[in-house]
Unconditional design. Structure first.
Length: 326
């Protein structure tokens, strides 16, 4: 295996990729759903309800989004709107992504769980490593950690973290978390953090937790190709995806690595249609995350959409009751 000093299936990198690709059952394109951990629908009852429906309908995974604090005024360019403007008020509910996943994991014990994405530079890497390892153990080894550097400068300023070096700090966070997840005595000397003569337990059940990196800039794609187990872009149009996946594969090959999975979050860029799902398959997408609208308070509308998506992507229902139209 290129780019790896280990041999065979015991290599943590191999195990991470196997978990991403196969999880608990194989499909040409796996399909996940974004949980309502944000907006008017965000509640314990709604998160558990969506998790149970997703499991019964045959979905493969559950995901959460992330913001810690929302400033009263946001001028930063928002890359996921055509006008570049952030349009959520500061009192929008945004439940913690990891705690929300723990709740959902208990409601749907067969599905993978992941963040899409967690803004890594807003956290301390040791605490994040501990939380993620614990979640992985409690969920039976089902976590995919999606990380992003963040686009909202105002949120970083409020939390008193540096915005300008967020990319390099996220890279070092990944290195440090993987170092701690080995369970060995820490000997980490980085530019931003130094951790020595300590251990972290429990360790993730698979040895490591698969890490997916968001972003679609050339720098983000290069970073994912070099260090991630998967690339997780948000709200990209088909032609954009085609070009960016080609860039990812070229950068992966230049880095001497075998492969990096592709997990696509649809966002508002397009609606899932049979034609779009065929494009996912053509492009070699491994996993698709279908979005809930944060601003909507209609849970039943979202459940109806899940039934349509399940039929469109030929998911295999886990219960006849859930397979029936609501």
């Amino acid at each position: 295996m290129r780019g790896c000093g280990c041999a065979g299936r015991r290599c943590p990198a191999v195990r991470r990729r196997e978990t991403l690709r196969y999880g608990r059952g194989c499909a040409l394109v796996k399909v996940g759903v974004l949980l309502p951990n944000a907006g008017p629908k965000a509640s314990a009852e709604h998160i558990a309800e969506i998790a149970r429906h997703a499991e019964a309908l045959g979905f493969h995974s559950l995901w959460t989004s992330d913001h810690v604090l929302i400033p009263e005024r946001v001028e930063s360019y928002y890359p996921y709107r055509a006008n570049g403007r952030w349009d959520y008020p500061s009192d929008s509910k945004w439940m913690d992504p990891l705690l929300s996943l723990a709740w959902a994991a208990a409601a749907a014990p067969s599905l993978q769980i992941g963040t899409a994405v967690l803004v890594a530079p807003l956290r301390h890497p040791v605490l994040l490593a501990k939380q993620v390892a614990t979640l992985d153990v409690l969920s039976g080894g089902r976590v995919i950690l999606g990380l992003g550097a963040g686009w909202m400068k105002e949120e970083a300023v409020v939390l008193q973290t540096k915005f300008e070096n967020r990319g390099s700090r996220m890279q070092e966070m990944i290195d440090l978390m993987r170092h701690l997840w080995t369970g060995e005595r820490a000997k980490f000397h980085g530019r931003h953090w130094t951790i020595t003569d300590a251990r972290m337990h429990p360790t993730p059940l698979r040895g490591q937790v698969p890490i997916a990196l968001g972003g679609h800039s050339p720098a983000a794609i290069r970073r994912a190709a070099r260090v991630a187990d998967a690339w997780l872009p948000h709200a990209r149009l088909p032609d954009q995806l085609r070009d960016e996946i080609a860039q990812l594969r070229a950068e992966t090959e230049r880095s001497g690595r075998d492969s990096v999975e592709v997990i696509v979050q649809s966002g508002r860029a397009y609606q899932l249609t049979p034609e779009m799902h065929a494009i996912h398959q053509e492009l070699g997408v491994d996993h698709v995350i279908l979005d809930t609208q944060v601003s909507s308070n209609d849970q039943s509308e979202f459940i109806d959409a899940m039934h349509r998506w399940a039929e469109m992507t030929a998911l295999r229902p886990r219960s006849a009751r859930a397979a029936a139209a609501p």
